[in-house]
Design a protein around this ligand. Sequence first.
Ligand code: HAS
Length: 588
Amino acid sequence: MQVSPAIRTIILTEIIFPILLLVFGIYHGVMQVLYRAGIIKAESFLGINYYQGLTLHGVINAIVFTTIFIVGFSNALIMYTLRKPLRETVQWISLGMMVIGTLMAAWAMFTGKATVLYTFYPPLIAHWTFYVGAVLLVLGSLVPFFFDWIPSAIQWKRENPGQKLPLAVFGTFVNFILWTIMIIPVAVEILFQLLPLSLGLVDEINPLLARTLFWFFGHPVVYFWLLPAYIALYTILPKIVSEKGKLYSDVGARLAFILFLIFSLPVGLHHQYTDPGITNTWKLIHALFTFGVALPSMITAFTVAASLEYSVKAERPELKNSKFYWWTFLPFLRLEGDKWLFPYFFAGLVLFFFGGITGIVNASYNLNLVVHNTAFVPGHFHTTVGGLVTLVFLGMAIYMTSKLRGTDVKLKGLAAIAPYFYMQGMFIFSYAMMTAGLIQGFPRRTNTGLTYLNPDSPYYRPEWVGYAQLSVIGGFLIAIGFAFSFASLIATLLAPKVRESVVEFPIADAYHDEPAPVLNNLRAWTVAAILLTIISYIPPLYDAAVRGVFFKSPAYNEKYPVPIKEMQPSERETKEKAEKETKKVVKK
Ligand code: HAS
């Protein structure tokens, strides 16, 4: 499909800009393993301190890269599958908001005014530009959904009465409905708690309420990152495997998307099992819903494996009766046509298999008590958002750039082996983090090179040294894999144009495409999702609001990972004490 110069520029910016930022994000990832292993034994390096670097790593990789790329990918996919041009003014406004928001937050982080990590828990407080930047980024990402894609879909429905929305559009709509709902709690946290505190309008806020509002957003957001990768697995992957490739079941895919819509939201308390003040019953209910949200991924594992099998066998009828041998005919390292893309999907899926298992470990209430706040958790999420999601996005970035620029994919061989380096690195890194976290309690978010891994420190733990060093090897392999993909992306971007600029995807038809009208009623499922979310969050929010204010908590100093054993008086206590003193003086 042809694309106007303005829309081409917009979508290309939405692909290239976040990946350029990802270079910084990945650099800070490498710095993390070096600090933590004690290879860099310092509080800061090149003027950026450990926690500032960790904040940049998390915010760029998990929030900025994902959000802007998802908008770019969804823009292209919606335009192509509905065969409708995008609205230029709407798209410029969206891109402008996202870029300005990112720059504001980046300024705050680079100048050390927002060293709050990507979860920005109070009492860590950032400069107001960080919060306003985040709000602009997120609102900007919603603009195309409401002012471009929904109007285009309504028009498409009118022109195609009785037909169901194409699967790619259906999945993208589920994703952005979820995105719209989950933004509300974090917006409340930012606008009514963090921003007023940052601007000095209030003296204290309720930290438990802030955490609860954050995780109300913070778990569903992982599915906002995941669903575009699933959309690509369902609609694009079969055609990459073979010309005759098909999605095994359209109904299965739609069912998975609807289950995500229902179960992604009422689960945030699984990040707060150890938080006091919220009743265990509600933590358990959220734990059960968390097992519910693993179901659509299990359905996806089945549907994707069945699609791979169908697609291989469609081209090679002689494998008809093969149970497992057909796996060997997948295009693991082939360069003809678009087959170089397959390793991005495959390496991502293999990593996600382990990401899923470890997610279920995290979700299990009692096991979580062992792994919470240990290196096990980063081990888990580097095989999910750092695995499948990032690999599919990198592959699609190269693919879309070549189509939009009208160039050939350059350095194809390098592009095709990149995911294997990346996957191997992620395996080594995650193995080291998970084992050290699970068995030895190795903590996350700590400059261990200065403390626990420092023989001069009273906290020295020699049994963690080997794991931390192994994670350095993993970290470097990941960076090499990323560098290979990045080189191919930039070479493709700058290559001479050999054909027209287009937006195009190899979209597979479905083998099972039975009508399932119940699944296609997005409005009804959205109402159900909202109701379930409200019911599952009223009691915990009440708990947090009423019981969330604690006094006499140990003072926190970000330079030392171990709390100082000295009590922190509340402001009210200090005032009361001062008043008593004044009264005494007056009496005298
Ligand atoms: Fe998670 C923490 C539970 C999925 C991301 N998660 C995190 C954090 C992040 C994150 C970033 O219950 C850290 C937040 C922080 O900083 O504190 N997570 C789950 C569960 C799932 C899950 C149950 N997480 C994800 C996804 C993420 C992500 C997806 C990003 C995209 N997670 C938790 C919990 C915590 C947590 C607790 C809090 C821990 C704590 O205490 O702090 C499930 O959705 C996972 C379901 C997945 C499956 C896998 C299906 C397999 C597939 C691959 C098939 C492969 C094929 C190829 C066919 C059931 C689809 C062949 C392959 C072969 C190997 C042959």
